[in-house]
Structures are given as C-alpha cells and as structure tokens.
Ligand binder design. Structure first.
Ligand code: GLC
Length: 531
C-alpha cells in the first residue's frame, strides 16, 4: 500500500461548492460551509476532496467562467477561508484538489478586457480573434457546446472571438507561450497555498487547428440532440499540440512534491489513454475515464468496457480510474435505477483504479426535477428543445437532515431541494443500519483494508449468465471476488473451482455461501474473500 501514491490509493470526492453547505444564509454553499462538514467527509473513507471552481467569477457558468484565477469569489468566501479549509482538511488527512479552468476565462477577466480593447493591445493575442468571413458571418462553422456559433462578433475591433461555451467564456490562445506561462503560474500559486492536485477542465480542447478550417458534418447527429454534435470536432478537440501543452502544465506540477492532475477528457478509450503521456514526457496522472456514464447498463457491456479499458491502460503503463457521476451528468442512481444503485456503487468502488465519487451519491441522491422557471444552467436554458440538456437536476443542495432546506441553508437555496430529502439524508442514514451511506462506508473501508482492492490486478471470471458480471481482484495472495447481478432474476453459480469463500459485504443481507452453490439474489452485489 505504501508504494502507491495518494491519488492511486484513495477515493476522490467531488464537491459542487454552491450546493454543499451554506454558512452565511444566502442560499449558496461556501467554503466555510465545506470546512464545517469536514468531520463528515472524514467519515467517508475518502482520500481527497475536489472542489468545483471557487474563483472570482460573474457565475454565468457557475464558476467555470473565471475572472481572477488567483482569488476566491466573495460568494464562496476569502483566501483566508480557503487557507483555513486546506489546513483543516490536511489535519484530517484529506487532500484538497481544485478545479483549474485553463481553456477559457470569463469575458470579465482583465486579460480579456485588455485583449478586446484594440487590435494592437498587448494582450490581443491572448485570446483567439479572427476576421469575419467574406459575407460578414463567423470565420468558420465551429459550434458552441451550449448551442449556436462558437464565435461572437465584437464591435470595438470588428473581429470575432472564439468561445466553445458561453459568449462570456472566451477561449484563451494556448498557442501563445505567454498564456501558457501565466497558466502554469496559476498552478504554482495554488500549490504554494497547499493545494494537492487539480482537476483540469476540458483539457482535450486546449489546442485549435491553426488553419481554422470548417469541421465536417457528423452524419450520425439527430435532431433533438445537442447542437454541438452536428460536427465532427477535427479542429477543436484532441489536436496533437494539446499534448505538448499538457506536458508544460505537468512540468509545473512536478516542481512540487506529490501533486497530481486529473484531466477532463471525453474521448474513445484508445485516444483517452494517450493523455497519460508518451516518450516525450508525462501528461495527466489520470485522464478521467467517463465511459461508465455512457455504456449501456448491462453486465455484458460493462464487462467489455472494463476489459478493454483495463488492457488499454496497462498497455501504456497508466493507472486506471472510474467515474459514475459529476456536475455535468445526470445522477447515476437515476440513470441505472434504484434496483441497480448498489450494484453500480459496488462496481465503482471495487474496480481496479481510482474512483471519483460525486457528492450526494453516497446517500443515493437522485436527479431533482427543476421546473423551467427555477432553472439556472445555461446549457439547458440556451437549448430548451433538447431533452435533458439542463444540468440543474444533478446540482441540487446536499441533503443533510430533515430540517428545512435539508440542513443545507437557512435561506431559500439557489436550486430546489429534493422532495425526498426528509428521508434521503445524511442524518437519517447515519443512524439506520444497512442504509446507503453505511453501505458506502463499508465499501470504502474494505477498499482501504484489502490490498487486492486498492492495489490488485483485475481478472474477469466467466459465468453462465449474461446478467452477471464477476471479477477477481488479487494482490500478493490477497484475493477478493466481486459478483454483480445486473438483472432481476436469482442466479445460482458454481464457482467452486476458485476455492472457498467468505462474504465480506453484500448489498442485500450478508449470509454465508459456498462457492460451489452460490445464490445471487436479484440485483445483488456481493464481495467475497477468497481463501
Ligand atoms: C466542463 C465543465 C462544465 C463547464 C464546461 C465549461 O465541461 O465540467 O461544467 O460548463 O467545462 O467550462
């Protein structure tokens, strides 16, 4: 265990600060609120806490539009509050990770204000400005993830600037070495304050095709899907130069001891694993693996994914990682359904590699329906015709107890609280034997205790049932078997060839079993110790 780094050994827990805990009664969560909940976080058996952006921001994309990379937005508190949080987290053995947003800033960032002021401004080239097309329209056909063109015309200087998200999120020009230096300095600023690592926003988008050619049409796109999918992103995603830029960020990280970065990357596995780096240098410690989110929830599809990913990561000498949810994806409990919730949680926490857990998933929070008039997310508001485009349902306040606003705030929260909060909450589940929270803690405890689970190899085990996924984790003689029933039927397995076993944990009731005649209940997840 000691040979593993903290980011390999442990679980990363994502906090969306707006929704975790409000300490000053404005209906929005803040840093002091998080500090007040550190004792709870320490009971979860996690290694690190990652905070979605806390920086100065006009909040058009709720902090993913940064107006000062080296300060805290007053909504969340002050730099002193941040220092207190880091100290208090470290006192409890928890690492702190920040969300670094280097691809774009806010249009209110002083760099952009200067850049847009004139064609000859010293920072003109810090952003991506192009002349209009001959007809006066945008320079090419690139699209925004939030709908519409990726270009906005600026009257002051008669050129368009590029933004793959909101018009308020102009893209920084990573081809400019001054920009790259400034971004590495931001990392240094926070590392000197004790930050242990970074989640790096849209890292696979940093480089752009310098010819600015049109992107080809995507023949698979269907009306009703996000507008952005209409194109194949040959000019804006996964360009070779991105790797060189990431190596520079990595070099800045490596000036400090034991820091890490995990990159946000939505790409097929064979492309994803190139982001660990190459002979030319190391890149991301972890390129986020989001594939569980979009893989159909069947034992066969999930096993094929795990086999393929595990092999691909091993081939490049990387360390694997798994994600079921984040602030951009619908809650996994709502995706897989209540019956499969514990199967999914068990999978996440027993696969080989670092799991990232989204706040509230440990108590089984579901998507919260948010009526149009209460919606806040620009991705949804700008694309009202695209079903499910709003990310508000997965960003609602953490459910702490059965008090008003679920104990999140004394004021009306910025997004509605789930209706089931009086039942689904931390306080209730901390008391109730067999609750989702207790199941989560049992899983993280097992993961920490068993070398097979935090350090071991992965090997799938064939069973005669297509709705059962079984695998063996093994490290220096420590052997753990995981059985996941993805279906609603009882399944009796003969795994006698594996030896004898003792149940460590079951999503259901942990009775003892013999491997030669092992009954899995419908939707059961079972973790076994193999003698
Ligand atoms: C990332 C973030 C998302 C944000 C976007 C623009 O995908 O996860 O929340 O809207 O980048 O920064």
């Amino acid at each position: 265990m000691s040979e593993l780094k903290w980011w390999q050994r442990g679980v990363i827990y994502q906090i969306y600060p707006r929704s975790y805990q409000d300490s000053n009664g404005d209906g929005v969560g803040d840093l002091r609120g998080i500090t007040a909940r550190l004792d709870y976080l320490a009971t979860l058996g996690i290694e690190a806490v990652w905070l979605s952006p806390i920086f100065t921001s006009p909040m058009k994309d709720f902090g993913y539009d940064v107006a000062d990379y080296c300060n805290v937005d007053p909504l969340f508190g002050t730099l002193d509050d941040f220092d207190d949080l880091v100290r208090a987290a470290h006192d409890r053995g928890l690492k702190v990770m920040l969300d670094f947003v280097p691809n774009h800033s806010s249009d209110e960032h002083p760099w952009f204000l200067e850049s847009r002021s004139s064609r000859t401004s010293a920072r003109r080239d810090w952003y991506i400005w192009r002349d209009p097309a001959p007809d006066g329209g945008p320079p090419n056909n690139w699209k925004s993830f939030f709908g519409g063109d990726a270009w906005t015309y600026d009257d002051t200087t008669g050129q368009y600037y590029l933004h793959q998200f909101l018009t308020g999120q102009p893209e920084l020009n990573w081809a400019n070495p001054d920009v790259r230096r400034a971004m590495s300095d931001v990392l240094r600023f926070w590392m000197r304050r004790g930050v242990d690592g970074f989640r790096v926003d849209v890292i696979w988008l940093l480089a752009k095709d310098p010819t600015f050619a049109n992107e080809p049409l995507n023949p698979d796109w269907q009306p009703g899907q996000l507008d952005h999918g209409q194109l194949v992103h040959t000019g804006t995603q996964d360009l070779p130069l991105t790797h060189a830029y990431i190596r520079e960020l990595r070099a800045a990280l490596d000036e400090f001891e034991d820091r890490m970065m995990v990159g946000e990357i939505y790409l097929p596995i064979e492309r994803l694993v190139t982001y660990y780096g190459s002979g030319e240098g190391a890149e991301c410690h972890l390129p986020f693996n989001f594939h569980l989110i979009n893989t159909p929830w069947t034992a066969g599809a999930v096993r094929r994914l795990v086999d393929e990913y595990d092999a691909a990561v091993s081939a490049v000498g990387g360390w694997p990682n798994w994600v079921l949810g984040n602030h951009d994806q619908h809650r996994f409990r709502s995706r897989v359904g209540d019956a499969q919730y514990r199967v999914a949680q068990t999978l996440l926490l027993t696969l080989r590699g670092t799991p990232t857990v989204y706040y509230g998933d440990e108590i089984g929070m579901r998507d919260v329906p948010v009526p149009l008039e209460q919606q806040r997310d620009p991705q949804g508001l700008q694309q009202p015709d695209v079903p499910g485009a709003s990310r508000d349902p997965e960003r609602t306040p953490m459910q702490w107890d059965d008090q008003p606003n679920a104990g999140f705030s004394s004021a009306q929260p910025w997004l509605p609280v789930a209706e089931d909060a009086p039942i689904v909450n931390v306080a209730a589940q901390a008391q109730a034997e067999g609750s989702d929270l207790q199941y989560f803690r049992a899983l993280t405890r097992l993961r920490a205790q068993r070398p097979a689970l935090h350090a071991g190899t992965y090997r799938p085990v064939d069973t005669p049932f297509e709705d059962v996924f079984a695998y063996l984790r093994e490290h220096e003689g420590d052997r753990v078997l995981v059985l996941l029933n993805f279906g609603g039927a009882r399944r009796t397995l003969d795994l006698g060839a594996l030896g004898t076993a003792r149940t460590l944990l079951s999503s259901d009731a942990a009775t003892d079993v013999t491997l030669a005649d092992l009954e899995l209940r419908p939707h059961e997840a079972r973790v076994l110790d193999l003698a």
